[in-house]
Design a protein around this ligand. Sequence first.
Ligand code: PHE
Length: 450
Amino acid sequence: NSNTHTTILNKHYPKSSITNVTPNIIKHIGLNLHNNKNSPIYTIRQLIEDTFDASSYRKFDKYNNFGPIVTVKKNFDDLGFPKDHVGRSKTDTYYINDELLLRTHTSAHEVECFKNLSKSKDHNNKSISSLVNGHGYLISADVYRRDEIDKTHYPVFHQMEGTKTWNRFTHNEVIESEVNKMDQLMKKNFPSLTVEDVDYIKDDATHQNSKQDYMTDLETELVVKHMKKSLELVVATLLKHRYDHDASKDKNFKNPDIKMRWIEAYFPWTRPSFELEIYYNNEWLEVLGCGVTKNSVFTNADMASESQVGWAFGIGIDRLAMLLYNIKDIRLLWSQDNRFTSQFEGKEGTIFEFKPFSTYGITSRDISFFLTKELNPNDVMEIVRDEAQSWCYSCTLVDEFFNKKMNKKSQTYRISYQNLERNITTAEINEINDKVVDRLIKEFEIQPRN
Ligand code: PHE
């Protein structure tokens, strides 16, 4: 019964008071663009995997088929998220019920992959995790977040997670030699790459980003160096794929210099942590987060405490694909329109300039109302997404004020509608917009005003 249960891929999950997955979101489950050869998401994944394998002595294990429903424990607890972390709130995360949610990041699978690793044996029945040459895995999957609505945000997107781990014996020499190998590759392929370290902490200036106590200075330095080199190589290789394509089309094309920078960051399960930004189209863009894996992650995966060192990263694939193919609207990644799909069919493994096709007009409607109870902008976004689905171009809180006389807060949202495939009529827009207002009245008791 749909009042008491949510059905996802033919399985029924009991609802609870926290349940907030919507039919629109459930429709996306199982589409798995990262496994669809005709999606740019697939190509980006494949090129990243190839680069990691080529720069490493040992191939990475690949996990591309994890389902999106995970426990709260996997997504948050195992990784050391504080109980009051904003990521846990139901304004940011899609919950199935009290125990289950739609993963908000691929890090949710780190611990189980480490568990597999600690159990697996090589052909001599020797535990893989004790091999000295380092071991890595890459996980690609769809992830889900309640968020604002605009050209670069979609509630479903794709991430790749990766880690590399060494057992702590003769690891320093091994790490160093792999770093040297990557250095040579780098000098050969990317002579004009410049990388800068920015020494300030962006989000949370008070937290400490120093090394973990159980690791030596040398270990930390080597692991960080190995991590940064690996990731610089991956991102530079993606850019090179695009530039090589441009050069093949235009004899006069000159490869732009590649600029990157590392910013200190914070993640509950890594220390120290960083974000990588690239300079592209005259702006700095964040492309990934990473850090030195905390000992607690290894112990949660039943590995001996302080027996391992390693790093982990997570990269968003969708925005990277938009950047590299020059796709301006994130909704296009999900489009079934032949004018989109035909450009990618049979093109796996290549990055090229996407040719935009004519788009249809954007029509905006403002809705203004007084609040009578708490309303998070993400709740409005979610109703708009649910009613307008792919016809929703953007939704923004454009005005907010407090009316002293009435003792009430007022908000105005601007909703912009656009169908990528055809014109929408005024009647159609009005119908959707009215439904949005009705639901806000019913679910949040707003009082519309003019
Ligand atoms: N999961 C993080 C995110 O979604 C990225 C990350 C992965 C950071 C692994 C550190 C280590 O932002």
